[in-house]
Ligand binder design. Structure first.
Ligand SMILES: [Zn+2]
Ligand SMILES: [Zn+2]
Length: 355
């Protein structure tokens, strides 16, 4: 009981007026809702990763983390949300339904690091509008004033992996080339050539999301997150925000990360050649020095209806990069396709005429 009281005092109450403290991105510290008093949070920068093992044991800090946090489950959309144990009422950041404490979900691993939210509400709206204007085929009306009625700041769970890889590859690539015959006509040919070689790569901070609501595709769109700004996780950093509990296991995320690393190796190998098509390619990889850390990273989620359809757009809460589903203007897409066809048609006509 005594300990619980202490947690409450440390985390939630303003030392000068007893008011409620919330994390303020502008201040980079806790701010009292009543008297604007600022309470600094100690920022520990050192970011070491754990050696990867299949079922990591909870570390010695696990018990205090489990005491300070509870997992809530949304009965409507199924999200698992981690909240401060002292937070009494919880609504789902995704669908606004009330959440209930889920006794069955283990609190699991404690986040190692957090990248705190960076922007004020005004900055968030500006960055979102700016990000939307950069998108292609967005309806003009929408571009001028994107709807922003439901903005939620949510910390997304991610595992970041490091490793070293040594890979051998073999394959066959194809290259197109042209020759001119004695009558001046152009001939098109294709030649294929075998490749083989070795790639050694160091992979750092390959981030895999493990949220129920953001897909890896959307997550890749709003990446990167700059891990140099991350600090050691402390419950004070999340006051006023929601944190989603991790959904996929560390082992599942490791598989996704291995695939992403294999892709990077393949790109490195293929970038050594000039070619038009890959006829065949295979590589065998040995990973070593495999490490991981559990990060929670800031995202803003924008949920809105446009012409009776639901859209969800995400924004990186550290860089302001926007991704995810956005409305498209069918007229703009049709005009673009017509333009491409016209250009292609023109080029073909040019070739036929000059041949
Ligand atoms: Zn105060
Ligand atoms: Zn929900």
């Amino acid at each position: 009981m005594e300990e619980e009281k202490q947690i409450k005092n440390e985390q939630e109450q303003c030392p000068s007026c007893g008011g409620r403290l919330r994390y303020s991105p502008e201040a980079g510290a806790l701010k009292c809702e009543f008297c604007d008093n600022i309470v600094e949070i100690e920022r520990l920068k050192n970011q070491e990763k754990h050696n990867y093992v299949v079922n990591p044991k909870d570390d010695e800090q696990h018990d205090s983390y489990a005491a300070q946090s509870k997992v809530f489950k949304c009965s409507s959309c199924g999200s698992n949300i981690v909240l401060n144990a002292l937070e009494v009422s919880a609504t789902c950041p995704y669908c606004n339904s009330p959440c209930v404490i889920d006794q069955n979900v283990d609190i699991g691993l404690k986040p190692d690091y957090i990248i705190p939210f960076k922007f004020s509400t005004t900055q968030v709206k500006e960055l979102y509008t700016k990000g939307m204007r950069k998108k292609w085929f967005i309806p003009n009306k929408f571009k001028k004033s994107p709807p922003m009625d439901h903005i939620k700041g949510i910390y997304i769970p991610t595992f970041a992996f490091d490793s070293h890889s040594e890979s051998d590859y073999v394959g066959v690539l194809e290259e197109d080339y042209t020759t001119t015959d004695s009558e001046g006509r152009t001939q098109h040919h294709t030649r294929s050539f075998p490749i083989s070689g070795h790639v050694s790569l160091n992979h750092k901070d390959v981030m895999v999301e493990t949220s129920t609501h953001i897909t890896q595709k959307t997550f890749n769109e709003i990446k990167p997150y700059k891990t140099e700004d991350a600090v050691k996780y402390k419950p004070q950093f999340i006051l006023g925000y929601s944190v989603e509990h991790y959904e996929k296991s560390l082992a599942d995320c490791k598989k996704t990360s291995d695939n992403m690393m294999e892709q990077a190796i393949r790109s490195t190998a293929l970038s050594r050649y000039s070619y038009d098509r890959v006829q065949s390619y295979s590589q065998t990889t040995k990973f070593s020095d495999e490490k991981y850390a559990y990060y929670i990273v800031p995202t803003y989620r924008f949920n809105y209806k446009y012409k009776d359809k639901d859209y969800t757009t995400f924004m990186n809460g550290q860089t302001g990069k926007v991704g995810g589903g956005v409305p498209r203007s069918p007229i703009k897409i049709t005009l673009f396709v017509l333009m491409i066809l016209l250009i292609l048609g023109g080029l073909i006509a040019l070739f036929v005429l000059t041949d």
